[in-house]
Write a protein that binds this ligand. Structure first.
Ligand code: ADP
Ligand code: MG
Length: 333
């Protein structure tokens, strides 16, 4: 089990990292997400021992790792750019971490074959790095990280630069691999779809701090802050007043159980349905096909909302909406 306690990192007077309290259980996949520059790589570097925190501790299986050098932590870190050696073949790249660990050559060869098999590259050992596709290079880097059987696997934007279709496939494959091997993983990404697809729990970072942590379901249904809501794609956010158990959104008023006051409300796609006879009318702005259904973005009063549709709708079309106020999400502001 990994425990992070009161970690801070400062560059000059810039506080790059401030993590009060974060645990990763054995066999758990934690995705750490957040915009570029929020401190994700710094977090991994501190866990790996590549960066000394100004204060706080990285605790592994109840032992604080303060002062323990990187190579003695038994963690695997896969860098964003893969950092493969272009002049070495696939097998030698994968063997790199094992040679450092001083393991005998037969054992190295067996572990390399095993790691390549796990990532779907059995038989690729003699290939040169330069002739591999981006997806194959990603798998080699993953095999190299897994070969020494690390206690903790850390991946820094492991599929960041690959195209969307390949990303989706690799995300699913990695999820299966993590589960099959029962790995403990910290998976860094700036992509919320990838984080939700791969992780048991997600942590959203902002300016060095963890703003929200929970299962994908918990974070999606209750992002708590506007920053987290927008980051995970809930960008229909509006201000509304509740008076006497009724919330007034301008384009409609609904029974809503909250004390009187002004609230910041996220309107998720699940709060809306299509009904041509409804008196609540909206105007379609865009319709994007997402395999099986359309994500409709529509202007509803002053709000730009999303609703799912099984049929395409042209921009400018007038649509009727049903509204389920129990799906509205109250943000902390
Ligand atoms: P992320 O991986 O989320 O994009 P980083 O952890 O790389 O973010 O960086 C966090 C912040 O710390 C950024 O503002 C970055 O510019 C700064 N930073 C990172 N490494 C250094 C360094 N070695 N020296 C000074 N500033 C740094
Ligand atoms: Mg980074």
């Amino acid at each position: 089990m990994l425990q992070l306690r009161g970690l801070t990192v400062r560059y000059g007077d810039h506080l790059a990292l401030s993590v009060l309290d974060l645990d990763v259980s054995d066999g758990e996949v934690l995705a750490v997400m957040g915009p570029s520059g929020c401190g994700k790589t710094t977090l991994l570097r501190v866990i790996a021992g590549l960066e000394d925190p100004e204060s706080g501790s990285v605790v592994w299986n109840d032992t604080p790792l303060d002062g323990t050098p990187t190579y003695r932590r038994g963690f695997g870190l896969m860098f964003q750019d893969y950092a493969l050696f272009p002049h070495l073949d696939v097998a030698r790249n994968v063997a790199f971490g094992l040679r450092m660990a001083d393991i005998d050559p037969d054992e190295v060869a067996a572990r390399v074959d095993d790691a390549l098999e796990k990532v779907g590259l059995a038989g690729y050992g003699a290939r040169g790095i330069a002739n591999l596709s981006g997806g194959e290079q990603q798998r080699v880097a993953l095999a190299r990280t897994l070969a020494p059987s690390p206690g903790l696997v850390m991946l820094d934007e492991p599929i960041g630069s690959l195209d969307r279709t390949l990303r989706d496939r690799l995300t699913t494959e990695m999820r299966e691999l993590f589960t099959d091997l029962d790995l403990t993983v910290v998976y860094v990404t700036h992509d919320q779809g990838e984080a939700f697809a791969v992780a048991d729990r997600v942590a959203v970072m902002r300016r060095g701090e963890i703003e929200r942590v929970g299962t994908p379901e918990e974070v999606w249904s209750d992002p708590r802050t506007e920053f987290v809501a927008r980051f995970i794609g809930l960008d229909a956010i509006t201000e509304a007043a509740v008076v006497g158990g009724t919330i007034d959104l301008g384009w409609g008023a609904f029974a809503f159980s909250a004390t009187d006051g002004s609230y910041q409300i996220a309107l998720p796609p699940q709060a809306f349905g299509l009904d041509p006879t409804s008196a609540i009318r909206a105007t379609v702005r865009t319709a994007s096909y997402r395999g099986g259904s359309y994500d409709i973005r529509a202007q509803l009063g002053g709000d730009n909302i999303q609703v799912s549709s099984t049929v395409a709708m042209p921009p400018g079309a007038d649509i009727g909406l049903t509204v389920d106020p129990s799906r509205f999400i109250v943000l902390a502001g």
